[in-house]
Design a binder for this molecule. Structure first.
Ligand code: LLP
Length: 408
């Protein structure tokens, strides 16, 4: 906030809205760069590779900043692999996760020379072996173990419970590594786990680290040539009243249980790097008062930012240039034809008029990357601010783009 108006770095958000229209995603170069540095710094005393989790925001300009900052990448598809390649990211610093990798994706990633596949089932391990043998190479892998700890986060983004589809039970891991010794297309490079996203408590992190640290030691003692322990991502951010641990406390919770392990750590932070670096800018279209509610209808909807509709997630919404006057409790809703298209329920807002700009905060993570064109609404443009300047790093989609490839 400068001079009563919201800015991104040195640029008033209203100036960006005039230039590119609304809705639009805006990111700060300084914040993105700083966040990566803070995470790298917190682990500087231990050999660590910070692999940015591309799914959080896969925009090329954002990936390029992280590639320049020395990050590796955590990918879940060939699409993400190609994005990393496009920005000149170091493919030897790529880890490939996901329960449903296809053999074609395995071929592409092996050819790209990635660091390792994070394998999530016995059948996937067999498939990777087949692909490795077909290509005449040993594909490097880590098994993702499911530590069965409760990450105390939203049930849609908790991944380390025994009922979740991710990873293999810890009790099966050693036998699978043993089996892999007889598979000529594979080489065991690491061990992997990820307990969930938007973590706000370090206790489950410590618990999981203690467990995977023990498995890692057992595997090393049995002669498996592991060099990397991938501890996943998940560090939370503040959307409203959450109090996630700082990066230093998170680092302690990871590092203390792993003391003396001798592994190179792989981290997969997504949200913590990008969430607070981005806002979704939107404009008030109409106001509507009914006997029951006071609605503010804006031009961004659940297709642009799905989190509130999908997870009932809270994002603060702030007027770009606040007006003086009595606050009112309003529902900030989008134009999409779904009752779940509500960006903010029962928000106390200063007076708003048609045409006013609002910023939906902490929207950099899982915002644009989860957007869709539902209701045939073209996706918003993305703008990267750097100091006093800004540039459009993705143009607004057009209706013609939406119909590409279709035949009436
Ligand atoms: N590593 C793995 C294996 C993951 O599955 C994820 C996220 C990450 C790393 C990055 O987690 P982060 O540091 O961003 O928490 N769409 C949801 C979040 C889904 C997370 C999926 N996996 C949301 O908007 O809250």
């Amino acid at each position: 906030m400068t001079g009563g108006a919201l800015h991104c770095e040195g640029v008033p958000l209203s100036r960006i809205a005039e230039a590119v229209g609304t809705p639009a995603y805006i990111y700060s170069t300084a914040t993105l760069t700083r966040h990566l540095g803070v995470v790298q710094q917190a682990f500087a005393n231990t050999p660590t590779l910070v692999c940015y989790s591309v799914k959080a925001c896969s925009t090329l300009a954002v990936l390029k900043l992280f590639a320049k900052g020395g990050a590796g990448f955590d990918i879940v598809s060939v699409g993400e692999l190609e994005r990393v390649r496009r920005v000149g990211g170091d493919l030897r610093k790529v880890v490939f996760a996901g329960v449903g990798k296809t053999e074609d994706e395995m071929v592409a990633a092996i050819r790209a020379g990635i660091l390792m596949f994070n394998v999530e089932s016995a059948e996937e391990l067999e498939a990777l072996d087949r692909v490795g043998q077909r290509l005449g190479v040993q594909a490097p892998f880590a098994l993702r173990v499911n530590p069965d700890v409760d990450a105390k986060t939203h049930r849609y983004i908790a991944t380390g419970l025994k009922t979740s589809k991710f990873g293999v039970p810890v009790g099966e891991a050693v036998a699978l590594y043993a089996k892999s010794k007889r598979m000529k297309g594979l080489v065991a490079r690491g061990l992997d786990c990820h307990i969930g996203s938007q973590l706000t408590d370090t206790r489950p992190v410590r618990q999981a680290m203690t467990l995977v640290g023990d498995v890692y030691k057992t595997l090393r003692a049995k002669g498996f040539p592991l060099t990397h322990l991938d501890v996943g991502g998940g560090l939370g951010v503040t959307y409203s009243t959450e109090t996630p641990p700082g990066v230093a406390d998170y680092a302690k919770a990871v590092l203390e249980p792993l003391h003396g392990l001798g592994a190179t750590l792989v981290l997969e932070p997504g949200r913590v790097l990008v969430a607070n670096a981005g806002v979704l800018l939107t404009r008030v279209l109409y106001r509507k008062k009914t006997p029951a509610k006071h609605f503010v209808i804006v031009d961004a909807g659940m297709n642009d930012l799905l989190r509130p509709a999908l997870y009932e997630a809270h994002h603060e919404i702030a007027p770009v240039v606040p007006r003086k006057g009595k606050r009112a409790t309003v529902d900030v809703v989008g134009p999409v034809c779904e009752s779940s298209d509500v960006l903010g329920h029962s928000r106390s807002m200063s007076p708003l008029a048609q045409g006013d700009l609002l910023a939906v905060l902490t929207a950099g993570a899982y915002g644009m990357s989860m957007s869709s064109s539902y209701n045939s609404r073209p996706r918003p443009p993305e703008v990267l601010v750097d100091g006093e300047t800004f540039r459009v790093v993705r143009v607004r989609e057009t209706v013609t783009d939406l119909m590409r490839g279709e035949t009436p």
